[in-house]
Design a protein around this ligand. Structure first.
Ligand code: XMP
Length: 318
């Protein structure tokens, strides 16, 4: 099959998939968990084009999304594309479940299973859904066959809630999904978004998650992203983010002693996330970002840059 590299090829793919989805679904309803990531967003836009309001998008805000993400999902899909969007504010529910849990894999399990539970509850409220759309892409299928990684889409729904799957981008690679997303009119910051783990900021607020540290991770990450975008590093660096440990350090501000958290900055490049190298971020930019974070983010008095490639570190801290 020809790789989708141009707007023309993307349009041909869209036309073909719109027809295929219409033929598969008929006048039935389709459910989609819409995270706002590239894959689910492209599937949503494609299905809105094919079947309009027969698609029900469910966006679960688990409180671990980046700054502005839930708002953008509502703006793009409900306001601009007139989609049938169910927005679920599950922030308290997730944070209550995670309170006091420090072990990374336990945190992942709680976030994953709570997500399925919330999604299941929403699915049960809806009548006449026969299909489940998923943003499965080709590497997901390859990885599942390898047994390297469990499929990270909405697996694990109970027996009585098994739907027929609609997976329009399952033969595409990520770069092709982006070309299709662009042709569908999705905003650039959605289409060219860096990878973001399912457990979100939950694995960047290290140890047991607290709301104040989570807020500091979110704000410092927003500053980092803004500065990378301004300085031509967005779309060039594969993944970049901040993390905050669960210990404080001593500092000084306006002549007064502070006792506050450090922020770690990580910026890495990789082809396949199996190994990674550290981006050579200009020192002046790092100093500027440090200045902004220590001045603008509450309860932070120090910034550190992570110099470690993978291996020996992993990309995420947890
Ligand atoms: P690591 O930390 O293992 O990360 O070097 C490799 C890539 O995978 C992402 N990652 C995850 N993605 N669920 C996800 O969907 C997860 O639990 C998860 N953990 C890590 C990470 O952001 C990086 O891109």
């Amino acid at each position: 099959m020809e790789r989708i590299t141009t707007p023309e090829l993307a349009q041909a793919f869209i036309d073909e998939q719109v027809a295929a989805v219409k033929a598969q679904v008929g006048d039935k309803k389709v459910l989609l968990a819409l995270s706002g990531g590239v894959d689910s967003s492209v599937v949503a836009a494609l299905l809105i084009k094919a079947i309009g309001k027969q698609l029900v998008c469910v966006h679960v805000n688990h409180g671990l999304l980046r700054k502005g993400e839930p708002e953008q999902v509502v703006e793009v899909f409900r306001n601009q594309m007139d989609a049938n969007l169910v927005y679920v504010d599950a922030v308290d529910r997730f944070l209550d479940k995670l309170a006091g849990v420090a072990e990374p894999e336990k945190k992942r399990k709680i976030i994953g299973s709570e997500f399925i539970r919330v999604f299941e509850e929403e699915a049960r409220k809806l009548d006449g859904i026969e299909f489940l759309a998923q943003g499965t892409i080709y590497p997901d299928i390859l990885e599942s066959d390898d047994g390297v990684k469990a499929h990270h889409n909405v697996g694990g729904l109970p027996e009585d809630l098994q739907f027929e799957l609609v997976e329009p981008v399952k033969l595409l690679f990520k770069d092709e999904v982006r070309v299709v997303g662009k042709a569908l009119g999705l905003p650039d910051n959605m289409v060219y978004r860096q990878p973001f783990p399912g457990p979100g900021l939950g694995v960047r607020c290290l140890g047991a998650i607290t709301r104040d540290r989570l807020e500091a991770v979110r704000e410092s990450d927003a500053i980092l992203r803004e500065e990378f975008a301004k300085n031509g590093l967005e779309g060039k660096v594969w993944q970049y983010f901040t993390a905050i440990p669960d210990f404080k350090g001593v500092g000084i501000k306006d002549g007064k002693r502070t006792y506050a958290w450090p922020v770690f900055i990580r910026a890495v490049n990789t082809r396949d996330a199996v190994t990674a190298t550290v981006e050579n971020v200009p020192f002046e930019l790092l100093q500027h970002i440090t200045n902004r974070i220590t001045n603008e983010v509450e309860n932070v008095n120090r910034v550190l840059f992570d110099l470690t490639p993978k291996p020996s570190a992993t990309i995420e801290w947890e």
